[in-house]
Design a protein. Sequence first.
Length: 504
Amino acid sequence: MRPNGKQVTVKVWEDEKSLYEVLPGDNEIRFLEEVELLQFFMHREEKERSPYHRNLVKLKERYSNPLVSKVVDLDEVGTVDKQTIFDWAWREYKSPKDEPSQRNFSLVHPSLESDPLFDCIDGIKVTKLALHCVHKDPRKRPSMKQVYKHLLKLNVAQSDAAIKGNGSKLSGDASKLESDELSGRRSLQEETSLQLFSYDDLRIFTNDFSDENRIYDFQFGKLFRGRIQDREVVVKIWQPGGIYRSGHDNNTLRLRDEIILLQLPELICNPNLVELIGYCREGEHIGVVYDLKALDTVFNLIRKGSLTWLQIVKIGIGFASLLKFLHTDNPPLQSYIVCNISPSHIILDQDFFPMLIDYGELSGGILPDSRPVKGMGPRGCFGYMRDAYAYTQKNDVYAYGSVLLSLLCKRVFTEEDRLSYRPYVAEWAESQFKASLFSSLVDQSFVKEEGYFHRDAIEVTKLAIQCVAYYSEDRPTMEQVVKRLLKLKVVHAHADELGIDKLL
């Protein structure tokens, strides 16, 4: 296609006429993801002068369904049956060879062997590499880092003539790549790849999902403590059904989004987000494994009444700082919205450092708004949402205010409360706040503790009540919340004990 004399390539998604099953909304998600991802790289090139990778097409224009990109010149080639090429290749590879010279063979098409830069050794090596990549056992496939390393070792890649003929040098430094064998096995120590676990692996880690290792239920499944050799971990498994009406396909989307999210460079080093080790996707079983020595969820600790005043302040500031970070604009991408914030989704490490443990309703950044395909349930957690179907940052502020009130008042919203139609924590707190003539709602058990100042109790109560205001425009932003929390007297008096430098 040549609009205005410029050659372009037009890409159109179709729900029909495809060999693959396409569910309603699937292509819309693919379209949004591709547009936002390419816009992100193009913006980074313009704003940060970061070179745009030559293997990525540039977005020229977009419409409701198609995506128009810069032209990519391709030679006319024959097509192959996608469903049989792998089986055919493996049959050829494993078939008996009559002559010794045929045992090390390549699947490179004869028309390519006449190229002056073709090397028969390269043909053998790249054939073996491709077959490893399509191995039926995912655990035996190489990582892309390993693939890249082996491609750089080909004779054609080492040839000056080949490099000049390609127009530019290959990017990357082969000497920096590890020299692991091409086995496809990924070590837990490998920082740039995730481990693929089986469901039996998760059973072993958690002692068959024993009750003693069970932490608590989250919105879409269960949390367990686990151990991989001497390493303590947290295992999260998704389960379909439940009061939030989440199906297996919905949870598969949540797994995909979480893997994408927790590997983004701008998020991977945030101390309030868990570190992902690996995942399981085996039939109906879906789960992830986090590198975390967990103390407990905020929900459990509130019910136990074991949190001190300083610990509550630390949790409040730390989690507010995370939400401020997620809500910060990052043009051209949208800021993040968590949506399903609750005490059950905040987990503490051994130092009482708060971390978000579930991302099942999160959207923003390079993640598209996938509400239409993540189930028909409410967008939030019962007891901690004002509008069950709203998707705004101010809903996160409401949920944060509800969590803060739970911490201050030692009161959580339980499943029994939901079934008994009891008021939400915020609704109960607002009535108590008015009855107390707008004074402190902080539980009296904290009054004699270290770091408690009555003026702080009044200020943090007012802040929490403002966060759960009925009208969203009356609620503060998370940036304003953090600023007000940092003005508390306890912060100035116990900054080192609270670890303020690490929380912000």
